[in-house]
Design a protein around this ligand. Sequence first.
Ligand code: G3I
Length: 381
Amino acid sequence: MTIKWVLTGLVAVVLMSTACDNSKKLTGGNALSAGLKDAYKKDFLIGTALNTAQIQEKDSTAARLIQQQFNAITPENIMKAEIIHPQWNVYNFELADQIAALGKKQGMKVNGHTLIWHSQLPSFARSIRDIDSFRTFFTNHISTVAGRYEGKIASWDVVNEALNEDGTMRKSIFLDKLGPDFVTEAFRLAQKAAPTTELYYNDYNNEQPAKREGCLRLIRKIKEAGVRIDGVGIQGHWHIGKVPLKDIEESILAYSALGLKVMFTELDIEVLPRNFSGADVSQRMDNNPTLNPYVNGLPDSVQQQLAKDYEDLFRLFLKHKDKITRVTFWGVNDGQSWLNGWPVRGRTNHPLLFDRKNLPKPAYHRVMNLKNVAPEEKKAF
Ligand code: G3I
């Protein structure tokens, strides 16, 4: 009887510890294990974009992974004007307050994204005809939103994507109503409302020579007006096998030569076919099955190429760690990446370091290996 009881107990202990091991693997380890943020703590912040469910910690596995891997967070959508300022006199701060609180609770720096962007504007703002009224909307929006989070978040993407590929100003409602000085004005208003918050300009493809030149012009103009700009975000929506390392390196040097902090703010590496580069959300492609080849997972050759691309990129980032302050991934895992829905809806994309089960991919290990993380720390994932 006693032996039977002991044996039953032993079996239970073995089963429980196996279950724990499995859950550790699936959840990406426990909260104390070293993650990307620890491996790179002396180099730059490692960030991620969060959707609403992640901000609200709805999924404990994802919440644990975020805590373990990242020390900076950017709201993927909920601080955009359409959501935070839906009507002339109505502001919806609930979710933005939640991400500010999450950052405080977990010790993660929050980057506000974004005050001024032509996309995801509320419909009331799009339909303002009168220039003075539009200027009032512009002023109120920046002053109210940036003012509310002064001291509560670390930084703002003050203006997002104001440039064309050739470096000229993008045609937008802001350019149309306020003229090309709207960027400087946005920074001036943000500086006034949020004097201790860092202020950044953010764009995609601004590592490409022509757009980079336009971006440098824009930055010089802001500085020459005596207005503060602290950093520039290169979004980093790149494509597998085509990460433009030379342009990226030249851009890190050029932007930092202006005294700016350089950040990679929306990093992902697309693995699916696409016939254009960048991240202009208005561009779309027609769907057909050849555009969605990896529904059942990535073939090893592609997985390895993705890993190599990430390794090369992080090696470059490390080379310039004195100029780079943050590298943020645009999403936590492949399953929630915006690239499953753009530029073709309903595809299965694999652009990040964690797969759909929150498990680290070969690319993750290559990025960690660059830092020679001790083997016992690596084992935890
Ligand atoms: O909020 C509505 C919801 O009410 C509705 O039920 C649902 C149905 O489709 O749509 C929801 O809106 C979606 C929104 O994300 C929030 O989930 C929009 O359709 C969708 O287009 C929108 O996409 C976002 C995109 O910006 C829009 O411009 C992506 O999630 C977001 O990752 C993406 O992020 C941008 C950066 O802000 C700037 N740089 C480029 C980057 C990638 O496009």
